[in-house]
Design a binder for this molecule. Structure first.
Ligand SMILES: C[S@@+](CC[C@H](N)C(=O)[O-])C[C@H]1O[C@@H](n2cnc3c(N)ncnc32)[C@H](O)[C@@H]1O
Length: 340
């Protein structure tokens, strides 16, 4: 990381060693061994040793981040509190802690604690003043048009996605692509550079590539680096950028209502109704509406009829199609698609 250019990456996703402090094998009640993380890279002499390691890589990551960049780090109760404190000490500004709730967690085999069913992601900006990217609309779309919350229910990495060698997991902590999909879609744009300093099997790279982002992956173990390279080389090109980007409503081109009349999607004299058919108004050639006793824009007439101070006419008015009411916003979307 020290060899890389300062302020050269837009986002860092890090899945560092968790310092699980496992002593010997963990056995199930039937004496079979749990396939846990018993690798040297997860071993540290003590908490002070782990803290020093954490400070070192976070300091290096902070140097590499652009001023408006963000950093995600994932961990469990073993390490995430220490990582969080160090992040704040180094000047990062925490934006969210996200709970990844696992649909299918490993049970607590001995019944001596609660099932550990989640991991925590900390999302932070490089600094308090950073004008960081958050793709609000993309997240809302992904969540069925509801604001995305900070608790994410996602399955762990299993099935065809899980890399295997001789029938065994090729890496003990491979993350699900769905998790990275959400992280990358939320906090980067097409063409951004994503850095993962603990690349493992290259999950971050795989998702970044599919979403049209650039990636840099650092991995110390040669066998994992090889796995990641093979995985990435099998992926094709990303889809067209227009399919990977969500233009926020604020930045969508304005479509005046009159254009719908001008282009023949509505005709002068057509009648519009509100969703409950309590109010109606006629379309005029200049893109205004006229009700029994009021004339004005779709917004003004909607507000007048409801005796409301304001009204979003695009949401208020519907047209009748084969006996059913359809929002005029559908016509606006059609026109946008034709225009751009
Ligand atoms: C928790 S795993 C990451 C797994 C990855 N997210 C995935 O989906 O495959 C951590 C990885 O960091 C690597 N690692 C540990 N210490 C490292 C270091 N100092 N530099 C580079 N890689 C390191 C380990 O070899 C391991 O593959």
């Amino acid at each position: 990381m020290e060899a890389m250019d300062e302020a050269s990456v837009d986002m860092v996703f890090a899945d560092p060693p968790y310092n699980l402090q496992l002593n010997g094998d963990l056995l199930r009640p039937n004496q079979t061994r749990v396939d846990g993380v018993a690798e040297p890279w997860d071993r540290f002499a003590d908490f002070a040793d782990y803290d020093q390691f954490t400070r070192d890589w976070l300091t290096a990551a902070r140097r590499l981040l652009k001023p408006d960049g963000t950093l995600w780090v994932i961990g469990s109760y073993h390490n995430i509190y220490r990582v969080g404190a160090i992040l704040q000490d180094l000047g990062f500004w925490i934006l969210n802690d996200v709970i990844w709730r696992k649909r299918n967690p490993m049970p607590n085999f001995h019944g001596r604690r609660f099932t550990n069913a989640h991991e925590t992601l900390i999302w932070c900006a490089r600094g308090r003043q950073s004008r960081y990217r958050f793709n609000y609309e993309a997240m809302k779309n992904l969540n069925d048009d509801l604001q995305m919350r900070s608790d994410w229910m996602l399955p762990i990495c299993t099935g065809a996605e899980r890399l295997k060698l001789n029938g065994h997991k090729a890496h003990p902590t491979q993350k699900p692509e769905a998790l990275l999909h959400r992280v990358i879609l939320a906090s980067t744009e097409v063409g951004d550079v994503v850095l993962d300093p603990f690349f493992g099997t290259g999950t971050t790279g795989a998702v970044a590539k599919k979403l049209g982002r650039h990636y840099i992956g650092l991995e110390r173990a040669a066998r994992y680096a090889k796995l990641a390279r093979e995985r990435l080389s099998k992926l094709g090109e990303a889809a067209d950028a227009s399919l990977l980007t969500t233009v926020s409503k604020r930045h969508q081109p304005r479509i005046p209502f009159g254009w719908l009349v001008e282009r023949g999607l509505l005709a002068p004299g057509d009648i519009l109704y509100d969703q409950r058919r309590r109010h109606s108004a006629k379309v005029r050639a200049d893109g205004t509406l006229v009700s029994a006793d009021f004339k004005g824009s779709i917004h003004q007439v909607g507000a007048y009829l409801q005796k409301a101070p304001v009204c979003n006419g695009w949401q208020f008015w519907c047209m009748e199609v084969e006996g059913k009411l359809v929002s005029i916003d559908v016509l606006r979307q059609q026109l946008r698609a034709q225009t751009h």
